[in-house]
Ligand binder design. Sequence first.
Ligand code: CA
Length: 337
Amino acid sequence: MSIRKYIPYSCPSPILAMALLIGGLFPAIPAFATTEPPAVIFDTDMGSDCDDAGAMAVLHALADAGEVRILGVIFSSGRNRYGVGTCDAINTWYGRGDLPLGQYKGTDVGDPRDHYTKRIATDTKLFGHDIVNEAPDLVEVYKKILQDRPDHSVTIITVGHPHGLVHLMRDPRGADLVRAKVDRWVAMGTGGWNFQAVGMSAYCEELLKKWPTPFYMSPSGKKVKTGNRLLPKTPKNNPVREAYRLWKTALTDGRSSWDQIAVLSFLRPELFKIEHHGRIERKADGEVVWNAKIDNPKHHLVTPKISTKEMSNIIEELMSRPPKTPGSPGSSSPSKE
Ligand SMILES: [Ca+2]
């Protein structure tokens, strides 16, 4: 349990830095910050690609290892109701079926294509979960989670279209809570999809302009293929395995790992390099890019510093770990495929 592991990127405050320094120099003195893993709200567009399921598996595996505490899961797509049920199935698989779940109630943002979530979400018998396609409004869930947390202690990780953060900031109480409770926002993005496509472009400028906390962008993952080596050997009622089985040929050929890398960029910072000078900006054509020439002190770019193969091995292993406390019936029965 290293101090570094519990201070991803940077120390959130001078007081905390001093406490950790003292704790490091004099191990007999307890450093309070080392006893609590970082707390994360995970915001996903589960359904149009399978790396969201892989990222949730990585997050749960790290939670099982005591490296993170998951506070809740937000499903951001308004055009596919079953993503939220798939999030519940995955939470249930890892013994966290009672985690708060939020859902976008509008229909203006989201990928209508669904490769796997309806089949997983509606099969409550196989996966043992209880939410199919309905959860409370995401702004209310964000606020409920944030209001009970210590100041500047929560990290929001978005691996889908982050318009929920705009709705949260438009809510006066939500904006106050973001300023008080959120330490940073980590986003999978740049390029066109998450910040531009399927309705997100209407929110992008407002989000980049108004978001008040440090913002870490993770753009990497296309060449890092996972889901086809160890994941197929996990039980058939593992909903993460099922997401990869149903998403084209991901379970046999693997799939890019953008969303898993965004999770690791926060929780395994030793694997990444961070550029601090630059800013995330939206070009006239809507594309979101990193501009290294102009600095926004709150903006940071995070990219892997290990090889594609090393990253792939780390993610595959994390995605395929058995749950520490399985919550789904029959989860210990091995797959025969
Ligand atoms: Ca995604």
